[in-house]
Design a protein around this ligand. Structure first.
Ligand SMILES: [Zn+2]
Length: 176
């Protein structure tokens, strides 16, 4: 029969009390996501006169480790290998890209940055709206959404998602 009516301001006070706890949980999600995030990789040429123009254009291109570089196609590959304007390579000399001319005698390498994505994952400050506490864990940067959920390149080349944000959240949820 009796009905509990919170004193004015009580729910807001409670929200403020639990906010640091919610933020600690969000911070744990951030730490797990950082641990699970793929590295980024950068296309590096020999930077001499022999680098083919399609790879000169690729110099410095940086993508998440589970994704592909986007390289200008060579005419021979377009004509004989059915490639479009772009060729999608996991790494230099990647045969799965179906290129032949564009990988022949290539001397390019990649430079990996293990923290390339992790360093851009952050936990925000708690936002209290009435009796609700929200803390956002976010990942920013080029292609982070594709790195998380995956993508499909022309030619049906599938890149699986790394699901580092979703898996990070699931791990923390399973602890509770
Ligand atoms: Zn090359």
């Amino acid at each position: 029969m009796a009905r509990f009516t919170p004193a004015p301001g009580l729910e807001e006070a409670l929200a403020r009390m639990v906010a640091p706890h919610v933020q600690r949980i969000a911070h744990q999600v951030e730490m797990e996501a950082k641990r699970l995030a793929p590295p980024t990789k950068q296309w590096v040429t020999m930077a001499d006169d022999h680098v083919r123009p399609t790879h000169v254009s690729a110099q410095g291109q940086e993508v998440p480790g589970n994704l592909r570089f986007t390289i200008n196609s060579m005419a021979w590959d377009r004509r004989h290998r059915g490639l479009g304007a772009k060729t999608y390579m996991l790494a230099p000399r990647d045969q799965s890209s179906r290129a032949v001319a564009n990988i022949k005698n290539c001397r390019c390498t990649t430079h990996k940055d293990p923290q390339g994505i992790a360093r851009n994952i952050n936990t925000g400050q708690p936002v209290i709206t009435g009796k609700k506490v929200t803390v956002t864990v976010s990942a920013r940067g080029p292609l982070v959404v594709e790195a998380e959920v995956g993508t499909v390149y022309p030619g049906n080349l599938v890149a699986d998602g790394a699901h580092f944000m979703a898996r990070g959240a699931a791990i923390v949820a399973a602890r509770r």
